[in-house]
Design a protein around this ligand. Structure first.
Ligand SMILES: Nc1ncnc2c1ncn2[C@@H]1O[C@H](COP(=O)(O)OP(=O)(O)OP(=O)(O)O)[C@@H](O)[C@H]1O
Length: 243
């Protein structure tokens, strides 16, 4: 499946509450669109809307793909909570999507992804026996296994230590090459590293954020990455003060 460009348009509302007005976000195919913003502005709601999941919020202008086709079946969402099946082991969790669709899971690919997220030898472990970071990496492996052209990642690396986070970011960038990716994060360094385009959502609307001109993922130690991190941090602090 070819990845489409997405267009998110209109006011993000929940009942009579206006969460974020006047969205006009283009999410380019093959690029990472990063959304930042204060807690409660509606980022996770937007993620659920892109994934066509039940959500009390709605976007007045809708979400469209540039190829005109429905997004149904073309999006995978890694939610903030890991949503692992407690009674299934790690391998069964990673292959869940295929099994739900009645397809034969690619066991070799699943085991390889488990290895690449650092869970080699954990295939038969249940989620309750894993640490928070291991569970998050298992959820990441399940997301990467899905092979969908549109991928929404809602704070996917939040439970990881800094070194593991960078490794998982690189893995996701590699596996998701060519996909339309929407990444939600509260981490300005992650945004500075991973974003092709970044937007700050706040109750006044969505504003574009400045990023280095170099392609993502950027080196953590690159002065331009660190300068962008500092600038994004200042913007987030200002948005938090205003919220
Ligand atoms: N199921 C729900 N029913 C009613 N209100 C909800 C529901 N889910 C979220 N909300 C409210 O909608 C608003 C947006 O929530 P959402 O989780 O989308 O924000 P967010 O920007 O992702 O926040 P965070 O950064 O803390 O994850 C919040 O005020 C939240 O309390």
């Amino acid at each position: 499946m070819t990845a489409p460009d997405l267009h998110l348009m209109g006011d993000l509302r929940m009942g009579d509450r206006l969460l974020c007005p006047g969205l006009d976000l283009h999410c380019a195919a093959g690029a990472w669109t990063v959304l930042l913003g204060p807690s409660g502005v509606g980022k996770s709601s937007l993620a659920r809307l892109v994934a066509s999941l039940p959500c009390p919020a709605y976007l007045t202008g809708g979400i469209t793909a540039d190829d005109g086709a429905s997004l149904a079946g073309r999006v995978t969402l890694m939610a903030q909570t890991d949503q692992l099946l407690p009674w299934a082991d790690a391998l069964e969790n990673v292959t869940l999507g295929a099994r739900l669709r009645g397809a034969r899971p690619d066991r070799g690919r699943a085991l390889d992804l488990l290895r690449r997220v650092g869970l080699d030898g954990h295939a038969n472990r249940r989620p309750a026996t894993l640490s928070g970071g291991q569970r998050q990496r298992l959820a990441l492996a399940r997301t990467l296994m899905e092979d969908r052209p549109v991928v929404v990642l809602d704070e996917p690396f939040s439970a990881l230590d800094a070194a593991t986070r960078a490794t998982m970011q690189d893995l996701a960038a590699e596996v998701l090459t060519g996909c339309t990716v929407i990444l939600i994060t509260h981490d300005p360094l992650e945004a500075a590293r991973m974003a092709t385009r970044a937007w700050l959502l706040d109750p006044a609307g969505a504003a574009p954020l400045d990023l280095p001109v170099t392609p993502a993922p950027r080196r953590l130690s690159d002065p331009a990455t660190l300068a962008a991190q500092a600038s994004l941090y200042r913007r987030l602090m200002a948005a938090d003060d205003a919220a």
